[in-house]
Write a protein that binds this ligand. Sequence first.
Ligand code: BGP
Length: 476
Amino acid sequence: MANQFPEGFLWGGAIAANQTEGAYLEGGKGLTTVDLLPTGEKRYPIMTGNLETYEPLEGEFHPSHRAIDFYHRYKEDIALFAEMGFKALRLSISWARIFPNGDDSEPNEAGLQFYDDVFDELKKYDIKPVVTLAHFDVPVHLVKEYGSWKNRQLVDFFEKYATTVFTRYKDKVKYWLTFNEINMLLHLPFVGAGLIFKDGEDKKQVMYQAAHHQLVASAKAVKAGHEIIPDAQIGCMLAAGMTYSYSSNPEDVFDAMEKDRESFFFIDVQARGEYPGYAKRFFEENDLTIQMEPGDEALLKAHTVDYIGFSYYSSRVTSTDPKVQENKTGGNVFGSITNPYLKASEWGWTIDPKGFRITANQLYDRYQKPLFVVENGLGAIDEPNENGLVEDDYRIDYLREHVKEMREAIKDGVELIGYTSWGPIDIVSASTGEMKKRYGYIYVDRDNQGKGTLQRGKKKSFDWYKKVIESNGHNI
Ligand code: BGP
């Protein structure tokens, strides 16, 4: 088959500060929301904003505090990425490294310097940084003092943070993303927006108001980014995945459409620049009032994103039939009915390569803007064999099938600019906080209790991905 990946296609991997860096209080960094998340039973109630007065316990184990120590080992890790031939590395800046409290008057120089060093290291190998401004972390001070994204003032703090990093890195970073998986705000409100609900609070009202603040902040970042870096490409980021109707019953089909729209709502605003009609209807029917300031609508309209970044792990299935609804796979934060045609990962995430092609087409049909796959991959338990090698053929299979479907999507006419698979080196899992859910081509010796040497080792998939990149997606 002819090679369909365009010249300059951005192959690489994606990581996030809080899951990778560790050094959670070093270099002047302030505490962020993720630093408070333990593993285990308490994690989910906190992630969903349902522990009203959450305070971390003394001695509680937080895997992200040290993570995989990228903060001290980035040179070694970047050299390994370079060996695989990465053209791009997606990473996030930790807001609290730059503004430890979020509302500080001056930025923290040590934090700014750290990312300067990382970008310089990438430059040595000609790896382009793709930088997420907010990847599931809000400075804790902003949560305590202001109620986080419930509060309009966060827009100004975020704008200042964005402007600071655009100015500092204008010659080093061209690709940016505003909020990671912005639609996750509705599923994990504490993770997505630092929200903690008070007793009796109307959660929908709080979440959609916070969403408005993030959408305005995103548009302001797009505006500032374009002013400061004329050739910047600034994208949004959606946790994507098509929702299938379980049956041909129009009620089910309608339900599937509505479920997808819950997510599209955010991207409709960021990419088309206005609140869609179905959202207005939803607000009315649910008695929600979104407080806007004069000028918000014009701002959203004028500063839409340049491209659509998205993550894709699995598709979802929905049904209005209570009997069918009983059959839930669980796992995936979106919740899904078991798809009888597909297998799932150990965490219940449905494996659906064809759904990847469908999702890419669906997004391109809807927005007609370039797409960037900024996350995809298989979380699995890896066991090194007696020679210390992880033979992760299951991961290679997953990725191969997805890369194939991505190639098909390109042949369908979808404009795709890159593919950064999730966690090219093992990192802390966002949903479970564990180390044992691994995505990497590179193994990291660290377990759920934080034990291990942190030594890096190549898995079988390392050479596989190297060949994929070398052949620009031809050799899979
Ligand atoms: C996305 C997040 C990532 C990441 C990934 C895999 O939702 O943007 O931060 O971790 O999912 O999820 P997990 O780590 O829970 O397997």
